[in-house]
Design a protein around this ligand. Structure first.
Ligand SMILES: CCCCCCCC/C=C\CCCCC/C=C/C(=O)SCCNC(=O)CCNC(=O)[C@H](O)C(C)(C)COP(=O)(O)OP(=O)(O)OC[C@H]1O[C@@H](n2cnc3c(N)ncnc32)[C@H](O)[C@@H]1OP(=O)(O)O
Ligand code: FAD
Length: 642
């Protein structure tokens, strides 16, 4: 199963080898539980481990393999981030995709050797979503052949970029490029922020940390202002766009090609989310098979809480989602790598499809991951609320994904633009022009679902039902939009008035893609036992998801009330079938205790003793009487006694 999850037997084996090596290297372990550290201590601890890793990485992993790097990162540095998180996730990908060969030769080896630390600085205090209204400017000075970066007012301060505040000395900065008073829109520039020897901010740069966040606090998300700060012309990233010495602008082959670093993260973060969901579920499911509370049959002893159907219903559909996200994420990464290769050689024809797909996926996956992790926390009762479970940190980090790389509603609307264009093709009889991801929009569906009517139909009838609801909602939302425009409404106003319906279409389309990715994967599996276990999970997935969106299929009679009852029964049936495999389905992800960082979710199940040990190690328990008591509470009580 681990081979299915991680892509191959070799990958699963390598992960095990890496975890085993790390287990033998105490210098790479947290020196005490992270929840007991202050933010400064955590940042220091992370930097300590990071530098050891830089020295010893080659002994542990193949540093050129991103999957090995990611695993090493999760084990040693953990999900709260590290001082170089953005360096790998965005700075290097931005340079790789957007810098010319010459620029790459100059900067990439230095970045890869970790001579310099970089980040991606785009969002500002006043604008994150609407890139056209970013306010930082890069004005070309013809006389000196330099760009002058400037922050015209407080809202133009860069705000949020990870590791910008304290760790990075370089950044890819996105600024509006102005040449001879003409604004060419947002473009990426390579900018040195700090002196390479002293790490002091360079003159003209104002920089710092934006303060503590809900989670992810090892990362120093930062602010940055420029006061007429000069950089050479050749620091504009020039793979696709060029500015010649005389100010001549050579436009890129696609207007949005400079957005590729965002698409990179949107594609890669899906499996990251799956891992966080599976981690939280691993903790909750293990704990649920240790925790005994109440009886189902009063004549029997107390049961493991995992025996309760409500507990299974809370956890198992999310186990199915974690697998589904991992499989859909793996497909998306493959597609992304393919499109990136094409883009580098000038073929930009697949960019719109990739953008639409990743926009929908990042939104649905992050939202459902958040839901699943929060349910996992509640499934652990009171102990889930303790930082000893570590679920709150996983939750905080995961739901950051609902916001970063494009706020979810906004990204769903990006997919909706693509769906509405596709709907227009269908309506104008040009269905043959539909891309493969939306081809179903042009296919006539049956009048009613045949779920429960065709024995052994596999998942075909389910997929058809998802296709039906997605198609119907897309055409309905598009009709609403076109109808408003026909009535004379301006395009943007009409769009806004339909946006809830449009986003519903985007979610349904994305959920269909996830179901199909899961079906594709299960169909490929040769090993009978693995196929059986995953088929059960897929049954739960399709039935649970369909129940969740049933209103769309009920309202036009595609599904009947009796079919709904059948689907509900299937959910209950598969909850029971999955119960014996539940812990194994999560143990198969092979998270080590070091990586999980959870007292509740330990592999040995020794929860209570370790919770007590953990509590005793709380810094508050170093003394029996705190100074807050001697200084304030004790005098108060004494005064009251007089
Ligand atoms: C093994 C490795 C594993 C790695 C694992 C990684 C896991 C990571 C985990 C943790 C890391 C945490 C790190 C967090 C880092 C966070 C970073 C950031 O957040 S960076 C900032 C991100 N910001 C955004 O995403 C901003 C969102 N806004 C936008 O993207 C845009 O403004 C917009 C909403 C898309 C609109 O853009 P714009 O105003 O320029 O658009 P319009 O002029 O209106 O044009 C719209 C048309 O453009 C098309 N379009 C838009 N984007 C793209 C694109 N990327 N590609 C192709 N086409 C695009 C769009 O479709 C419209 O087309 P038409 O409909 O008009 O045809
Ligand atoms: C943990 C974290 C890490 C980050 N790291 C980085 C980084 O490394 N580099 C970087 O540059 N940035 C980073 N960001 C910033 C992030 O990319 C932005 O916060 C994000 O893109 C959302 O933009 P915003 O904050 O402007 O939200 P807003 O756009 O202000 O969103 C507020 C509300 O307005 C709604 N809204 C906005 N526009 C529309 C619209 N057109 N239609 C409908 N609704 C709309 C949204 O749906 C939302 O409900 C990070 C953010 C977080 C939380």
């Amino acid at each position: 199963m681990a081979a299915q999850i991680w892509g191959s037997e070799k990958r699963a084996r390598r992960r095990r080898e890496i975890s085993a090596k790390i287990a033998q290297m105490p210098e790479l372990h947290d020196s005490k539980p992270l929840p007991f550290m202050t933010r400064e201590e955590k940042i220091m601890e992370s930097a300590r481990k990071l530098t050891i890793l830089t020295e010893k990485m080659g002994q542990i992993i193949d540093p050129t393999d991103p999957a090995e790097l990611y695993h090493l990162n999760n084990e040693v540095l953990g999900l709260e981030g590290n001082p170089m998180a953005l360096h790998g996730v965005m700075f290097i990908p931005a340079l790789s995709a957007q810098a010319s060969d010459e620029q790459q030769a100059k900067w990439l080896p230095r970045a890869l050797r970790r001579e310099i630390i970089g980040t991606y600085a785009q969002t500002e205090l006043g604008h994150g979503t609407n890139l056209q209204n970013l306010e930082t400017t890069a004005t070309y000075d013809l006389a000196t052949q330099e760009f002058v970066l400037h922050t015209p007012q407080i809202t133009a301060l860069k705000w949020w970029p990870g590791n910008l505040g304290k760790s990075s000395n370089y950044a890819v900065v996105v600024a509006h490029m102005i040449i001879k008073a003409k604004n060419y829109g947002p473009h990426p520039f390579m900018v040195q922020l700090r002196d390479e020897k002293t790490h002091e901010p360079l003159p003209g740069i104002t920089i710092g940390d934006i303060g503590p966040k809900m989670a992810y606090n090892i990362v120093d998300n930062g602010f940055l202002g420029f006061n007429k700060y000069r950089i050479p012309r050749t620091n504009l990233l020039m793979r696709h766009t060029k500015v010649e010495a005389d100010g001549t602008y050579i436009k890129p082959p696609h207007a949005k090609i400079n957005y590729s670093a965002m698409v990179h993260v949107r594609a890669y973060m899906l499996t990251g989310q799956a891992i966080m969901l599976a981690s939280a579920l691993n903790i909750a499911t293990r704990y649920s098979s240790v925790r005994r509370q109440g009886q189902i049959d009063k004549s029997q002893p107390e049961v493991k809480v995992l025996e309760y159907q409500t507990q299974q219903h809370r956890l198992f559909p999310s186990i199915a989602r974690a697998y589904a996200f991992q499989f859909a994420g793996a497909e998306t990464v493959k597609l992304y790598e393919h499109v990136l290769k094409e883009m580098k050689s000038g073929n930009v024809s697949l960019m719109a499809d990739l953008h639409a797909l990743t926009s929908g996926l990042k939104s649905v996956v992050t939202y459902q991951t958040g839901e699943g992790i929060e349910q996992a926390r509640m499934a652990c009762g009171g102990h889930g609320y303790s930082m000893a479970s570590y679920i709150s940190e996983i939750y905080g980090v995961a739901i950051g994904g609902c916001t970063y790389e494009g706020e979810n509603m906004v990204m769903l609307l990006q997919l909706a633009r693509y769906l509405v264009k596709s709907a227009a093709l269908v309506k104008s009889g040009q269905s043959s022009k539909l891309g493969p991801l939306v081809a179903y929009l042009g296919v006539k569906s049956e009048p009613t679902s045949l779920i429960d009517r065709i024995p052994n139909s596999g998942f075909t009838e389910y997929v058809k039902t998802f296709q039906h609801v997605s198609k119907r909602q897309t055409l309905k939302a598009a009709d609403m939009f076109f109808g408003l425009m026909e009535k004379g409404e301006k395009r943007e106003i009409a769009w806004n008035k339909c946006s809830v319906e449009l986003n519903r279409a985007s979610r349904l389309h994305t959920r269909l893609f996830i179901v199909e990715a899961f079906v594709r994967r299960v169909n490929e599996i040769a090993d009978i036992r693995i196929k059986e276990a995953l088929t059960d999970l897929l049954h739960l997935h399709v039935n649970y998801e369909l129940l969740d969106i049933a209103s769309y299929a009920l309202e036009d009679g595609f599904l009947s009330a009796s079919q709904l009852d059948y689907i509900r029964d299937q959910v209950y049936l598969y909850l029971g079938k999955i119960r014996p495999n539940a812990v194994s389905l999560l143990d198969s992800w092979e998270f080590s205790d070091i990586e999980l960082r959870s007292v509740l979710g330990r592999r040995d199940g020794n929860v209570y003793e370790n919770l007590f040990k953990w509590a005793k190690s709380s810094p508050l328990n170093k003394t029996d009487v705190l100074s807050s008591v001697t200084q304030y509470l004790k005098p108060m009580m004494e005064k009251a006694r007089l």
